[in-house]
Every structure is written in C-alpha cells, then in structure tokens.
Design a binder for this molecule. Structure first.
Ligand SMILES: Cc1cc2nc3c(=O)[nH]c(=O)nc-3n(C[C@H](O)[C@H](O)[C@H](O)COP(=O)(O)OP(=O)(O)OC[C@H]3O[C@@H](n4cnc5c(N)ncnc54)[C@H](O)[C@@H]3O)c2cc1C
Length: 376
C-alpha cells in the first residue's frame, strides 16, 4: 500500500483550517498545521459576510463565479460541520443595501442596474417595502436592493470549528512559526522559529498577509501581499433586539455594514486603509462607523459597545487570491483580501482536491501564481 503524502499547512487562519478540514474529512489526509497563534489573524476580526453580490465590484468580475460557488459551498460546509457536531453560525435571510438619504438614491439605481447586468438575483425595494422587510430601519431611509444570495457565518465560530474538525479527523497542530521552507530531494523541509527541521512531501502556505515573509518562497512572494487595515466594532444587544438581516447602507457615498448574529452580537464595519500594519483603534473611525450606523439603524444606540478590533486584509497586487502550485509540491493559498471568509469554503475544497489528486480544479486555475511570476 502506498503511504499517503506528508503534508504541512503553514497558517491556521480560516484558509489553512478550511483546507485542512477538507483534506482530513474528504480525502483522508492528515496535514500537520503550523501556527504560533491560530486565532490572531484577520479571520477573527472579520464580519463574516458571505457576500458575492455586495462584493461584485467593477474590474473584479473575474471573481464572481468563484464567489457565487463559495456561497453555495458554505451551506454544504455548514452541513458537514453540523454532521461532525460543530457549528459555523451560518445564517440565511439575505441582505439589504439601503440608501440613507436622498443623495444616495442615484447610487442605488446604478448599483441595481450593474447587478442586473451581471445576472445577479436582486430586487429593488421602495423605502416602505424595505422597512417592512427590516423593521429596525430608520423611517428616514430610502429605497434599497435586496438579495437572498448574500448571507453570513459567525467567522469566529466557523474558523474555530474548521480547525477543531480538522484536528478531530487526524490533522495535527504545532504552535510554532515557520521561518523558512527549503526544497530537498523529493520533498520540502520546514525550519520553525525554534530551529527545528520538519520534513514533508507537500507544503501549503496559508499564512494570510504574512505569507510573503516566509523564507525560501519564490521571489515574487516578497512583494505579492499588502495589508489593508480594517477597523470593526462589535456591539452586544439582547438577542432579537437588533436588525434581523445584514444591512449595508450608503450615506453620501460612504458605506457601512451591520451584521446581526442570532446571539445578539452585532458587527459593524469597516474601514479600509492602506497604512501598513498600524494596530491603533482610531477614535475617529469608531465615531464614523457608529454615526453612519445610527443614521440607518437608530435603535442600536442602546447596545453595549463590546469590542473595537483592527485586522489586516491580505491584499494582492491585482486584488485576486493566489491559489495553486508554485513549485513542485509547494502550494499557495493566500491573498483572499476582502473575501477570505466567503472564499474559505471553495478554496479549502479546491486546495484539498489539488493536493489529493495532483490536478488543478478548473475554477482555481484562474488565480494561479504563474501570473505573479510573469509580472516579476
Ligand atoms: C475588518 C475586516 C472585515 C472583514 N470582513 C470580511 C467579511 O465580512 N467577509 C469575508 O469574506 N472576508 C472578510 N474579511 C477578509 C478576511 O478576514 C480575510 O480574507 C481572511 O480572514 C484571511 O484568512 P487567512 O487564513 O488567509 O489569514 P489570517 O486569518 O490572518 O490567518 C493567518 C494565520 O497565519 C499565521 N501565520 C502567519 N505567519 C506564519 C508563519 N510564518 N508560520 C505559521 N503561521 C503563520 C497567523 O498566526 C494566522 O493565524 C475581513 C477582513 C477584515 C480585516
């Protein structure tokens, strides 16, 4: 009998944990996962929106099919987690994009027309129809766009469950940082931050925005990623007292989103700033996020402001993820930017398939590392 390949996963954020979960539960592979702090990255800060519609933006249409497939895959992944006695906090019901004032109505029209051109199932609602659907909306809000496609998971719960599920199915976690990878005859050696060597047949790099800092990767990886800072707030209210749908609102062109969990947590986000790794929880950003939220959901003013968090989205030079085999046995699973919670389902499935079968799933080939090599 041929022994299964020895696989290393570098990074246990939602991408590494997700791919390890699929490997262990679908393909009987038992990866060794390296991460000094598995719950320290963007996956714990994010809002958890699964939003192919909201995230459909000009110039990034190439992502649309993958995002739609990722949203469908999440409902299957949620079932797989529940079958294993775990949870993802998956919540359906759809989401609304609301005009907060008269200046935003034209943008709602334009966005609606764009969604229709992309063939997305969306519905334009008059102000009164939107308030009927989401009674927590302010009486001053204008027309809205509703879609059933965009939903949410509780990213903290889902991330933890994927890692737990992978470990229960045979994966191992080593709480160390990988400093360098090096190719050796027939495989790869990993050097951890304590100087120990670990030998594997295949390696997956899923270290989020820090992926390019690992030594021994192809040269283009040193410049492939940039941090996009995001500040988010977490409120706590009595379960059921906030909105029931994900609400995104426009106010004079500024966008804020509000993601209500069943347990009463309400996530409000987010800034997007290209300022390097600045961890400051800025008072102004907190003020602006709350101000824009109260304009559309005034009832949230009584909630407890429980957390202010900053995270770093793993942005890439072309805003697309980096997925696939970079060198023989060295795989990249990073650069998921604004969509990493959504994409964790499909990229986890694809990376696991690629490792198990040696073949690149069709959708994944659009985002291969070769494009970065060509641009070096
Ligand atoms: C404010 C904000 C809101 C967001 N909202 C959403 C949203 O609503 N929906 C959505 O789809 N996406 C959202 N995102 C994006 C999403 O959070 C990221 O794309 C996703 O979490 C990336 O996951 P990851 O596993 O690649 O990275 P991370 O979660 O950052 O995990 C990387 C892991 O790698 C480990 N690591 C780093 N270096 C090494 C090393 N050398 N050796 C070993 N381990 C290492 C780290 O310790 C960390 O645990 C949001 C992001 C932010 C910041």
């Amino acid at each position: 009998m041929i022994a299964p390949p020895k696989i290393a996963m570098v990074g246990a954020g939602i991408e590494g944990a997700g791919a390890a979960f699929y490997m262990a539960t679908r393909h009987g592979l038992t990866p060794t996962i390296f991460d000094p702090e598995p719950f320290s990255g963007a996956s714990q800060v994010a809002a958890g929106m699964l939003a192919p519609v909201a995230e459909a933006v000009y110039g990034e249409e190439r992502l649309l099919d993958m995002m739609l497939e990722a949203a469908r895959e999440w409902s299957r992944l949620d079932e797989a987690l529940r079958a294993a006695g775990l949870e993802s906090g998956y919540r359906g019901g759809g989401s609304l994009l609301v005009a907060s004032g008269p200046n935003d109505v034209a943008e709602i029209e334009r966005t609606h027309a764009y969604y229709l051109r992309l063939g997305l199932a969306v519905k334009k609602l008059r102000a009164a129809q939107a308030r009927e659907l989401e009674p927590a909306l302010s009486p001053a809000t204008g027309p809205a766009i509703y879609t059933e496609i965009d939903n949410q998971v509780d990213n903290r719960v889902a991330h933890r469950s994927l890692l737990t599920g992978a470990l229960k199915a045979g994966a191992t976690l080593i709480e160390r940082r990988v400093a360098e990878v090096s190719r050796r005859k027939g495989g790869w050696v990993l050097f951890d931050d304590q100087g120990a060597e670990h030998h594997f047949d295949k390696v997956v790099i899923a270290a989020g925005v820090r992926s390019g800092e690992i030594g021994g990767l192809p040269g283009y990886m040193s410049k492939a990623l940039r941090p996009i800072r995001g500040q988010v707030l977490r409120l706590r209210a009595a379960p059921g007292s906030g909105p029931s749908l994900v609400v995104r609102s426009l106010w004079d062109g500024r966008l804020v989103y509000v993601v209500p969990r069943l347990n009463g947590e309400i996530v409000i986000g987010a800034t997007a700033e290209e300022v390097g790794f600045d961890p400051t929880r800025k008072a102004r950003s907190t003020y602006e996020l709350l101000r824009d939220t109260f304009k559309v959901l005034p009832g949230l003013g009584e909630a407890d402001l429980a957390e202010v968090n900053v995270g770093f989205r793993p942005g890439t030079s072309d805003n697309f993820p980096i997925l696939g085999e970079a060198e023989d046995g060295l795989y990249l699973d990073t650069g998921h930017f604004r969509h990493g919670i959504l994409l964790a389902s499909i990229t986890g499935r694809w990376i696991a398939e690629a490792i198990a079968t040696g073949r690149t799933p069709e959708g994944m080939s659009l985002f291969g590392p070769a494009r970065l090599e060509a641009r070096q």
